[in-house]
Design a protein around this ligand. Structure first.
Ligand code: B12
Ligand code: SF4
Ligand code: SF4
Length: 260
């Protein structure tokens, strides 16, 4: 029975043109993720985290800056919606077999913790644990063949899904490479740590994004006040469902950015 549903889901992914799939044991994420962001905080008995990925067409990264919002933003927004649609459908397929399942939104809602934005469950960490790739110093996932242009969707399930993880033999982010750190216009990257407010202030283009110079003090105030963070969660949820992107420098500078 479990084998049948696994095959049915994999076939469904092929039909939906989703080429990347992996499964992380919920137990590992329960151990490593911060409290509130672990699978067991969402479904107590979750056993597996299914992760789906699809690369963006490279052309959307090459448009001149004034066109970035129009092409790149539309491409990834469409992906997030279709990922959510696919993970909802997979959850229904698993629930038909008696496994409680929870789709994880591909992006929004974002919540604020310690003054910084976070998703409900970190899909890039889940993808690493699923064996899909490694985390580069720019904190983005690098896939051995498809590079750093994947976008992810995911879901939790109570089904114990054992999936093989192909070994990653190549050093995808060498210790002596610092291209992404050097290229970031706001120096937001420091050896795998991202100053998220700095990045957000620079890369997100939205009429309501506060001026860059206010962001460090905003981080400080948000860190101090749960009430303000709750307000920000709601504000971002209500007004930032869609937005433009002005910066993809740390992706494009990486040797793992696919060249055509
Ligand atoms: C919030 C968010 C942002 C924020 C913060 C980015 C960040 N680096 O975390 C901002 C707005 C700045 C942002 C920017 C971008 N984002 Co963004 N973002 C998200 C979102 C919604 C949540 C990520 C999150 O929770 N981060 C906060 C925590 C997890 O990050 P952290 O500091 O690295 O985590 C620490 C701890 O919290 C802890 N931890 C937390 N959870 C876990 C779990 C495990 C297992 C472990 C071990 C540890 C751990 O470990 C870390 C060390 O202490 C995800 C979608 C999702 N739900 O995953 C997309 C996502 C990460 N973004 C994505 C992308 C593409 C971008 C941009 C490239 C957009 C652009 N400019 O075009 C930039 C890249 C900037 C960069 N270099 O990181 C993709 C990444 C795809 C990939 N290949 O990796 C995602 C996965 C969206 C998607 N559905 O595909 N993003
Ligand atoms: S997206 Fe731009 S601002 Fe954000 S970390 Fe990458 S290079 Fe820096
Ligand atoms: S640019 Fe270099 S250091 Fe940064 S993620 Fe890519 S390989 Fe790693």
């Amino acid at each position: 029975m479990a084998k049948d549903i696994r095959e049915k889901i994999k076939k469904f992914l092929v039909e939906k043109n989703i080429p990347v799939f992996g499964v992380a044991p919920a137990e590992i994420l329960n151990d490593k993720a911060p409290e509130g962001f672990r699978p067991k905080d969402m479904i107590k008995t979750a056993k597996s985290v299914l992760v789906l990925g699809k690369p963006l067409p490279i052309g959307v990264f090459h448009t001149p800056k004034p066109m970035k919002n129009k092409f790149y933003t539309q491409a990834f927004s469409t992906y997030y919606k279709s990922m959510n649609d696919v993970t909802n459908s997979i959850a229904l397929m698993l629930e038909d077999e008696g496994f409680l399942s929870l789709p994880v939104p591909a992006y929004s809602p974002i919540t604020f913790h310690d003054g910084e934005p976070r998703g409900l469950l970190s899909l890039k960490h889940a993808a690493v644990e699923a064996g899909i790739g490694i985390m580069g110093k720019n904190s983005l996932l690098i896939h051995p063949q498809l590079g750093n242009v994947l976008r992810f969707g995911g879901l939790l399930t109570t089904m114990d899904w054992q999936e093989e993880k192909p070994p990653i033999e190549e050093d995808l982010c060498p210790a002596d490479c610092h291209k992404c750190e050097k290229v970031c216009p706001v120096s937001a990257i420091d050896n795998g740590n991202i100053n998220k407010m700095k990045c957000m202030g620079h890369c997100i283009s939205h009429t309501l994004i506060p001026p860059k110079m206010l962001l460090p003090s905003m981080k400080w105030v948000l860190k101090k006040s749960r009430m303000l963070s709750d307000f920000m969660d709601m504000f971002v949820y209500n007004f930032f469902e869609s937005y433009g992107i002005d910066c993809v420098a740390c992706l494009k500078a990486c040797p793992r950015f696919p060249r055509i």
